[in-house]
Design a protein around this ligand. Sequence first.
Ligand SMILES: [Zn+2]
Length: 96
Amino acid sequence: MPTCYACGIETEFDDPCVECNELMNEGVIFVRVHFDKEGEMHRTGQMAVVEYEEAIDNPDKVNQILKDRVAYIPIDTWDMLGLPVPHLDQESIGGV
Ligand SMILES: [Zn+2]
């Protein structure tokens, strides 16, 4: 089953799901992620929609971000940027 590359839920196609697609019209989706000891990325299930201008303080990444409409942001960076942290069940963070 393909999954939405933004939120990670199962979708019919390997594309953003309907919900993410709508969010992508509003801005870029920042996905809060956690890297384990092996450097593997895990989603925390938390996302924020950021308007383009706010996403542009990292010029190296901005082209890719704007193309994908999705940016994977490690927890540390997320907190540093002061992005909102939606309430979430701690269990979804998976082993943190
Ligand atoms: Zn989605």
